[in-house]
Design a protein around this ligand. Structure first.
Ligand code: MAN
Ligand code: CA
Length: 371
């Protein structure tokens, strides 16, 4: 108690000595600090002044992180990217067709005169020549009998001209003549035929990179819509097809998997029936498993008539095949069959019990086609 009183007194003095406490603070002091000073009424001394406000407390611990703020607005579009590298050079196109014949060109200048021709053949034999001059006197004759020497004779007149001589041999070839003047330039010739296409050109250089394309999202969305529409149409078609299959199978047809067996009630031999099914766009019933065989059997029961199957061993006795030549993958022979009775049974019939028997192809049976 004594210590507290002393403390109060000290504060009171220090306060009055410096700056007086404002009224507000004083009130605070009254409410807070003084309540600490429970020293209260001293037994005899004066009541102490109210204490001052306490010092500010330590900073509180940091609060929890707040919730994430709302998303910001979309920023402005980015800058256009740089131009990309040039694309590959495209391939050269094929050579075009040869053009039409052009207009006739102007008349050319006269050409150079050509060389002189070779000498012509020899001329015809010439006329006979004039008579030559008279020849000289002949030599003195042999000495005569010794006579009296005669007087010396005088020189005779010249003889007549001799015959013209024969034509001499052909002379040597003459020198070549001067070159002739250049002739006119001829007309321009017609255009030649179209040449064959040239070789494929080199690959072109890479072109410039194109601008950035649109986002593919819109296309994907479009395709999804189209697929959705198509799915709807497919569903409708399937329902429609199913209905028409039932119609086609009514009243005695049967559908197994994706195969429909139908009869028109016609009866004929194997070749006849085979041809009729083909013409209808199908073929003779050819069961490839027990389910198909059972469907055929039901129709046989309904009509109470066996039918020919699209199976035979016409090609090779004992090797039964479908109409396309493939060996059968399923059979349901009656016991003891096939027996090729009398050596002439190459076709196959199916009875009301669903069993098979080889039978002559010439027999007449109910037609049953598969589609
Ligand atoms: C009997 C059996 C058969 C044969 C027919 C022919 O039913 O031998 O295998 O196909 O006769 O009529
Ligand atoms: Ca038989």
């Amino acid at each position: 108690m004594l210590v507290l009183l002393t403390f109060c007194a000290f504060i009171s003095q220090a306060s009055s000595a410096t700056d007086p406490m404002p009224h507000q603070v004083m009130q605070n002091w009254d409410r807070n600090a003084c309540s600490l000073v429970v020293c209260g009424p001293a037994e005899k001394g004066l009541p102490g002044r109210d204490g001052r406000d306490g010092i500010q407390g330590p900073k509180g611990v940091m609060g929890e992180q707040g919730l994430q703020g709302p998303r910001g607005i979309v920023g402005p579009p980015g800058k256009i990217g740089p131009v990309g590298p040039a694309g590959e050079k495209g391939s050269q196109g094929i050579q075009g067709e040869k053009g039409d014949v052009g207009e006739m060109g102007p008349r050319g200048i006269r050409g150079l005169q050509g060389p002189s021709g070779s000498p012509g053949p020899s001329g015809a034999k010439g006329d006979r020549g004039l008579q030559g001059e008279k020849g000289v006197n002949g030599a003195t004759g042999p000495m005569g009998a010794t006579g009296a020497p005669g007087p010396k004779g005088t020189t005779g007149a010249p003889g007549p001209k001799g015959d013209k001589g024969s034509v001499g041999e052909k002379g040597a070839k003459g020198d070549m003549g001067d070159r002739g003047l250049q002739g006119d330039t001829g007309k321009q010739g017609p255009m030649g035929k179209t040449g064959s296409p040239g070789l494929k050109g080199d690959k072109g250089s890479v072109g410039e990179k194109g601008t950035k394309g649109d986002s593919g999202l819109s296309e994907v969305t479009l395709l999804k819509k189209q697929v959705s529409v198509l799915q709807g149409q497919l569903t409708a078609l399937q329902a429609s097809l199913s209905k028409y299959q039932k119609v086609a199978a009514f009243p005695s047809g049967r559908i197994v998997g994706n195969k429909a067996f139908v009869t028109s009630g016609y009866e004929g031999n194997f070749d006849d029936l085979k041809q009729r099914c083909l013409q209808a766009g199908g073929q003779l019933a050819s069961p490839r498993n027990a389910a198909e065989n059972a469907a055929i059997q039901q129709i046989v029961i309904l009509h109470n008539k066996p039918v020919f199957l699209g199976i035979n061993d016409i090609q090779t006795e004992g090797r039964f095949t479908y109409l396309n030549g493939d060996a059968i993958v399923y059979s349901n022979w009656q016991q003891g069959e096939p027996n090729n009775d009398k050596g002439r049974e190459n076709c196959v019939e199916i009875f009301v019990n669903g069993k098979w028997n080889d039978r002559s192809c010439g027999e007449k049976r109910l037609i049953l086609c598969e589609f």
